[in-house]
Design a protein. Sequence first.
Length: 441
Amino acid sequence: MNPISRKNPGRVAYINARLLDPTSGTDETGALLSDGTRIADVGPRLFNDGLPEDAQVVDCAGLCLSPGLIDMRVQLREPGAEHKETIESASRAAACGGITSMVALPNTEPVIDDVAVLEFIARRAREAKLVKVYAYGTVTRGLKGRELTEFGLLTEFGAVGFTDGLTAVADSQVMRRALSYSRTFGQVIIQHPEDPALSGGAMNEGEVATRLGLAGIPAAAEVIMVERDLRLVALTGGRYHVANVTTAETLDAIRKAKRAGLAVTCDTAPQYFTLNENSVGDYRSFAKVSPPLRGEEDRKAVEEALADGTIDVIASDHSPHDQDSKRLPFAIAEPGIVGLESLLPLSLQLYHNGKIGLLDALSKLTSGPAAILGLSGGSLAVGAPADLTLFDLDKPWQIDPDSFQSKSKNSPFTDYPVQGAVKRCIVDGRCIFGTDDARES
């Protein structure tokens, strides 16, 4: 007969960890104790007087322990396109990527413009029992850009913001009303930054598009939309977030708005600071994204904006597509790439290349999105959710989309060299992904 264990499975002591907390500026060796779903204690001298007898012990062996990553831009495809992705498969992929919370765009089928779809997503996330899944509501009914949805009701049932996803809110009066209405509920409006009248092409407008004979999307399509919206933010006092910023001119406009005190934030995705329009090569549809990959000067501008704090968040922009949607002539292939499992290592490239500090890079994956969306994670503070990511900062490897947990494999990063590998992913104190590299007793 096995003896009765005195260890409480709800208490876990993580020792010999490099604690990284962007919120407090912590970067030091120490330990963390989780008790149930919360962080009970943390610090460099924790357990100096001995380990708690009732806790499981995880020896992190010098690996980095940070708040769990929060991905604020994910397409789940469920309901409506489960052959591309499901909430469960996306949750498994997120766990492998160290992401403890993800926020779903509302362009599902049906779209998230009523409470029933929000409740469906919440129920499916509970059934998966993996990462935390939040969702946006649509700004307009049916993504049609005309009639506003019930912001108050959707907020009451869990919507953490409002966006029309990959469709820009093009009507100025509708955007003005959305920004004004959202203030009542303390919500943020998230805009896809492309003027629809100018964004009918397949890739970035310029020499490469001309050589390939493809219709181009000018950089002006982005800044025109954002500059209009910034004037509406000044008019209404609403909170406004620009998704997937890709151009230097847009970033300059956002800098100016922030200096003026407007409630403006923005994000970008790894492809916009790691790749440029040349990655399209000879019509590589896996490099087709929306907004498109830009020229090298714009890529550098995105990198610089991450370093100077203009860009608040790095999101995966996870957009799963099956082979039938991507292995088509470039002009008609669907835009988007999968990104949950490559988000952390691609973001860490900024640190390894000396472009940004480690805590600054992590803030754009943790505390940054938490603050914008009002989520409780993103910190190693006592009392915070025990949502944690344990990773090896320096481990070299090559990205292999065929090994992804995501149902779809549409990534332009095949064999791309990176440094940084997730070893454990912990949600509410539960280890939902882990390896033997961190020893448990």
